[in-house]
Design a protein around this ligand. Structure first.
Ligand code: CP
Ligand code: NVA
Length: 321
């Protein structure tokens, strides 16, 4: 991989250039095609080990990373959060330096983004953010990869994110801005995305010809949209707010009435798991516009590209150290 070898840690999408993102997508497309057509997968990560350290539950992120590692020839180790006791049993900087000396990449899912930054500061192995309270970069990259695949390109297309200004919204906006999309983010008042994530997306949009607009009216946001994206109204760790949020977010449900304002060929995306009947109806998630299953599948292909780039970058850094 050429310039994608600059990928060392992947904590947010701030640190990736549009060219690096497109390089990852090119690799992911090739890996997806190879998986569908070749009888045996090439094993560029043979002899490597990827550690997974998760404080929150997961289906997609855990399994797609484990399968990605295995199909690239690497081993994966799913570690017990309790047993490792990051920052509790021992200092993050000690655990990071030791774990990072054993393995070739660390995928972490936790609440605190600052904890992931501290891990990355000390780990000699690349750290890949598998979701924090504020970012979900592997998801954001996969979302835009899926939009490019399903719409035949992303630049100039309109994407409406409907719901909570959360981790997925931040990473999606950052990736879509790099791809030159017109991004509309519609939330209830008080649930807007973080100003930092939006400022970074706006900087990328200014270079790519895209745009980022924050709105409160869902119909205005989806009018003529090529892609509509939603996510749960209460993320992991916010379960105690779920009931209050159900009332606040009700006007932001992605249902057939809302869809009728979008472009005729609109695609509907959701990172999953979905709360059917809340942010999205059964009719929409199971309907002809939905692309949520291929979106989830694409995590595998995109994360293979991420793992390859991260391990290659680490090797390069070790050789030049
Ligand atoms: N979309 C996503 O990250 O799913 P999991 O929580 O199942 O990993
Ligand atoms: N926003 C959701 C995404 C889950 C993949 C959460 O953080 O729970």
């Amino acid at each position: 991989m050429t310039s994608a070898t600059h990928l060392t840690h992947l904590l947010t999408l701030d640190s990736i250039s549009p060219e690096e993102m497109e390089n990852l997508f090119t690799q992911a497309r090739l890996l997806k095609l190879a998986r569908a057509t070749a009888s045996k997968s090439a094993q560029p990560l043979a002899g490597r080990t990827v550690a997974l350290l998760f404080e929150k539950p997961s289906l997609r992120t855990r399994i797609s990373f484990e399968v990605a590692a295995r199909e690239l020839g690497a081993n994966s180790l799913y570690l017990s959060w309790q047993e490792v006791g990051l920052g509790q049993r021992e200092a993050v900087k000690d655990a990071a330096r030791v774990l990072g000396s054993y393995v070739h990449a660390i995928v972490i899912r936790t609440f605190s983004h600052a904890l992931v930054e501290e891990l990355a500061q000390w780990s000699p192995a690349p750290v890949i953010n598998g979701l924090t309270d504020s970012h979900h970069p592997c998801q954001g990259l996969t979302d835009v990869f899926t939009i490019e695949e399903q719409l035949g390109g992303a630049a100039g297309k309109t994407l409406a994110y409907v719901g909570d200004g959360n981790n997925c919204a931040h990473s999606l906006a950052q990736a879509a801005a790099k791809a030159g999309m017109r991004v509309r983010i519609v939330t209830p008042k008080g649930y807007e995305p973080s100003p930092d994530a939006i400022a970074s997306a706006q900087r990328d949009a200014a270079l790519s010809g895209g745009s980022i607009t924050l709105l409160h009216d869902p119909v205005e946001a989806v009018a003529g949209a090529d892609a509509i994206y939603t996510d749960v109204w209460a993320s992991m760790g916010q379960e105690h707010e779920a009931e209050a949020r159900r009332a606040i977010f009700a006007p932001y449900q992605v249902n057939e009435a809302l869809l009728s304002h979008a472009a005729p060929g609109v695609i509907v995306l959701h990172p999953l798991p979905a709360h059917r009947g809340e942010e999205i109806t059964d009719e929409v998630i199971d309907g002809p516009h939905s692309r949520v299953i291929v979106q989830a599948e694409n995590r595998l292909h995109v994360q293979k590209a991420i793992l390859r780039a991260a391990v290659a970058a680490r090797r390069q850094a070790a050789l030049t150290a």
